[in-house]
Design a protein. Structure first.
Length: 86
């Protein structure tokens, strides 16, 4: 995965884990201080005031040849609705 590669390239101490349940996933960051995976607009961890890890700006040419040291390109997560869907 991209984060494991970046942890290696930037010498970030990292261990990965998967919570057994959603309730555990939500509870663990409030019980322990560690890096967590989270996305916007999900409000689950807003109260913890999470901060984004910032890597160098996305470099399309580097990514095209397999160099993943720069950030991935931003992807918008949108919800589209319409009153007349049935």
């Amino acid at each position: 995965s991209e984060i494991l590669l970046k942890a290696t390239l930037y010498n970030i101490p990292l261990a990965t884990a998967v919570a057994k349940t959603y309730q555990t996933y939500v509870k663990l960051p409030t019980d322990f201080n560690f890096m967590l995976y989270w996305w916007v607009p999900d409000p689950t961890f807003l109260r913890l005031k999470p901060r984004k890890i910032v890597f160098p700006e996305y470099d399309r040419e580097a990514w095209a040849i397999g160099d993943r040291r720069s950030a991935g390109r931003d992807i918008s997560v949108d919800k589209l609705v319409s009153w007349d869907l049935s």
